[in-house]
Structures are given as structure tokens and as C-alpha cells.
Design a binder for this molecule. Structure first.
Ligand SMILES: O=C(O)Cc1cc(O)ccc1O
Ligand SMILES: [Fe+2]
Length: 443
């Protein structure tokens, strides 16, 4: 497929022309009476026109046809996409899923959209408040179709198989241990090379931003220059019989409209509302170098703020390979009850708090105030381990979607997927009482 080019930076005012159309971006204005090459100008707004300048997001697309040229949208049935969390009874238990089943290479073809399943979520896209956690489980490329998510932004975390994504803004290749974000309304299509699996965090209100760094300083964690946005790429492709489908996730349901041409007909674009990818290996981890366990917020890659200071609708947090050097410290994650919801996935390797049972392609959900922490085996080992400097999580990548909202599991997540591990609670049942009322300090 060749190596793609990108533009580097986070939230930049990018400008890009497909090399086949030099000068396609109008000079000095957005809406010339006639655009270069006979293109149409179209604005894609990612925030209210009147959003503060520092948060205002929009791009101008110069395209062969405006996106309005399509037949009417009609509903398409997609049971796995249903955000039916309001119909399911609440479940405060620790939940763990075995790896979600990917359709095999020889199985019936399922593409990225057909393979979407909603696992849990909260809120309502109509109120612009809430989020959904989905997985995709597919083995085939999308053909003559694209998806736009009118409900929110998609943060996509591939776990198995590389995604070759074509967007209106250009192309991105996203492999496991990389992530990408495709914001509200952006049309895209996904090609895969075989069985593919990954996780998706969909947010309905704000957009993802880099966390403030406070005393960390001007550099560190995810650095802006490591975010990559596509360069303009277009195809001038007719599709017979109105055979190109524009899929639209709208108010939690899927719709489809037909048109006679590819949606990827943008010859040039400029603006700061653009999809991006980020290689997780570029994350500059900062952590405790003396003692104690830092809160996992130290590993925040991106945050989608809620409007309440310091409180995210959802944070995307990773647990990257690193050194653990803390002295006189219980080094694994501490026991915890949180006012936030914690959904975790595993891209590769083993998670330090649970060596067994939490497998790549699986997941856990520890809901608000639901106790969680190291299993009995991890507690015993870490309490006795010699505290030498040690590599943690080599060849491993776990992540967490941490949300200030209460997450409810869908029927698919609870029943249909048949992956819930009903024995999960047992991993803590071996925790022993070590209380010694006669204990005295050593000195
Ligand atoms: O394993 C978890 O549940 C996530 C987590 C990690 C950590 O380092 C500290 C607290 C926490 O909840
Ligand atoms: Fe926690």
C-alpha cells in the first residue's frame, strides 16, 4: 500500500492540496465566486460558529461535488450498534470480558461498520452529552461506502490488524499500538487485510484535546508534534446505479443514502478540524521516581473535557512499557473505589494487576465506586518482591477509557456476545487477612 505522508501537529491550521491539483486552495478567501479547478467549497464545522477562538474547530473542503448531492437517507437495521443501555438493568459488579470474537478469514465477510458492537455507554447524542464504548470485529474491507458519525467523535484503538482508512481529508494507516481520532461528521472508509479487532470510544459532547501539563512543563506525555493528520487525496470515481452508500450514524441508529460518486472527492482542504493518528510508542511517560504509585492520570494521552473543571467526559489513558523504580512501595495499581467509571482494554501483553484472565482483545469495566485492584496472586507477589529497578509492561499495552459518567452495559455486552466472565470475582477471593494486632514498628 506504500508509505503515506502526513502533516504533523495537534490542532494546527493545516493546509493541503492533492499534488494533482496544485493551487486548488483559493488564495486569500474561502468562497471565491468560482473555485480553482471548478471545485465546490464546503465548510465542515466541528464547534458552534461562536465557540471561543481557542476552541473553535472547522475546516474548508474543496471538492468535486458538494456532499449534499445524494438520495434521501433511509434507516438500516444494525442490531449490534444499538445503544440500548437505558433498557438494561444496572449492574454494579466488576465485569470482565474474554476476547471478543473476530470473524475468521474464511468466515462470512463482515466489514468495519457491519462489525461494530456497542458494549456500554451513557447519555444521549441528542443532548450532546455522553459516550459509548464499542468494539469492531471484522474481516473485510468497506466497498463503495463510507461512514459518517453524526453523533460524535470516534477514538479508534486497533488491537488486531492494521486499518487502512480513507477519509475526506486523505488516508491514514493505523496499526495496533497506534490510535486515531475521526471527529463528528467526517466521512471515512476502512480497508482491512484480514481478521481485525479493536476498541472505540465515542464521545457525544466535546472533542479530544491534549491534557494540560501543569508542573510537568512544556513537554512530555503525548507531544503535539507526534500527532499526524492526512494530506489531501481524492478520487474522481463514478459508481453506477447510485451505488455508493453514505452510512450515517445518527441519534444512535444507522441510516444509508445512495449517490453516484465516491465521497472521497476532496482535492484540497484547510483548517483545524481534521482526523489524526498517534503512535502510542511516542508517549513520553512521566512517573514516580522516589516512592508511591502515581494516579493513572499521569498516563493521559487525550482528554475529552466535560465542562466541569478537571473532570473528563472521558480520558484516554495508557499503561505503556516503562521502568518501575519506586522504593518501599507496593508498585502495582492500588486497591481503589472511584467516582469515575473505568473501562479497560488490552492491546498486547499482560496487565500488571491481573496476569491471568485479562487477555488481549478482552476488556474490563469497573463502575463507579465498584471496588477493584490487584488480584490475590499479584498482591502476594508484589508485597514480597525485591524492589530493584524493573521493566514493567514490556511488549505490553493496556489502556483505560475513564469517564465521569455512569456506564451501562448493552444487551450485546451483557448477553449476546457471550464473553462475560462470570468467575471474575474469584480472582480476589484468595486475598488473605494479614492483620496482626501485635505488630510493632521495626525501629
Ligand atoms: O487497574 C485499574 O483499575 C486502573 C488503575 C491503574 C492504576 O495504576 C491506578 C489505579 C487504577 O484504577
Ligand atoms: Fe481504578
Amino acid at each position: 500500500m506504500g508509505v503515506l505522508q502526513y502533516q504533523s501537529g495537534f490542532g494546527n491550521e493545516f493546509a493541503s492540496e492533492d499534488p494533482r491539483c496544485p493551487g486548488a486552495l483559493p488564495e486569500g478567501q474561502n468562497n471565491p465566486q468560482r473555485c480553482p479547478y471548478g471545485l465546490y467549497a464546503e465548510q465542515l464545522s466541528g464547534t458552534a460558529f461562536t465557540a471561543p477562538r481557542s476552541r473553535n474547530l472547522r475546516s474548508w473542503l474543496y471538492r468535486i461535488r458538494p456532499s449534499v448531492l445524494h438520495r434521501p437517507f433511509a434507516p438500516v437495521r444494525h442490531d449490534g450498534l444499538r445503544a440500548d443501555w437505558d433498557e438494561q438493568p444496572p449492574n454494579p459488579n466488576q465485569l470482565r470480558w474474554r476476547p471478543f470474537e473476530v470473524p475468521g478469514a474464511g468466515a462470512e465477510a463482515v466489514d468495519f461498520v457491519g462489525g461494530l458492537r456497542t458494549v456500554c455507554g451513557a447519555g444521549d447524542p441528542r443532548m450532546r452529552r455522553g459516550l459509548a464504548v464499542l468494539v469492531y470485529l471484522c474481516n473485510a474491507s468497506m466497498r463503495d461506502c463510507c461512514l459518517q458519525d453524526a453523533d460524535g467523535d470516534l477514538l479508534i484503538v486497533p488491537q488486531q490488524g492494521e486499518l487502512h482508512i480513507t477519509t475526506e481529508f486523505g488516508k491514514m494507516d493505523v496499526a495496533p499500538n497506534e490510535i486515531c481520532v475521526i471527529q463528528q461528521g467526517m466521512r471515512f472508509s476502512v480497508d482491512v487485510q484480514g481478521p481485525s479487532r479493536g476498541y472505540i470510544l465515542e464521545v457525544f459532547d466535546n472533542h479530544f484535546e491534549l491534557p494540560d501539563l501543569g508542573p510537568i512543563g512544556a513537554n512530555g506525555l503525548a507531544n503535539a508534534r507526534d500527532f499526524l493528520s492526512p494530506v489531501a487525496w481524492f478520487e474522481d470515481r463514478a459508481v453506477d446505479g447510485d451505488g455508493f452508500r453514505v452510512l450515517n450514524k445518527y441519534q444512535g441508529r444507522l441510516f444509508e443514502a445512495h449517490q453516484a460518486h465516491s465521497a472521497f472527492d476532496v482535492a484540497a482542504w484547510h483548517g483545524n478540524y481534521a482526523p489524526f493518528k498517534y503512535p502510542l510508542a511516542r508517549f513520553m511517560a512521566v512517573n514516580a521516581v522516589a516512592f508511591d504509585h502515581c494516579d493513572p492520570s499521569i498516563f493521559t494521552v487525550l482528554t475529552c473535557p466535560s465542562g466541569k473543571p478537571g473532570t473528563a467526559t472521558a480520558d484516554f489513558v495508557i499503561f505503556p512499557p516503562r521502568w518501575a523504580v519506586q522504593e518501599h512501595t507496593f508498585r502495582p495499581p492500588y486497591y481503589h473505589r472511584n467516582c469515575m467509571s473505568e473501562f479497560m482494554g488490552l492491546i498486547a501483553g499482560r496487565y500488571e494487576a491481573k496476569e491471568e484472565g485479562f487477555a488481549p482483545g478482552g476488556a474490563t469495566l469497573h463502575s463507579m465506586m465498584t471496588p477493584h485492584g490487584p488480584d490475590a496472586q499479584c498482591f502476594a507477589a508484589a508485597s514480597a518482591a525485591p524492589l530493584r529497578p524493573e521493566r514493567v509492561a514490556d511488549a505490553t499495552q493496556a489502556f483505560m477509557f475513564e469517564s465521569s459518567l455512569g456506564l451501562s452495559v448493552t444487551k450485546w455486552g451483557e448477553e449476546t456476545c457471550q464473553k462475560l466472565d462470570h468467575d471474575y470475582y474469584k480472582c480476589w477471593q484468595g486475598l488473605q487477612k494479614h492483620f496482626d494486632p501485635k505488630w510493632k514498628p521495626d525501629h
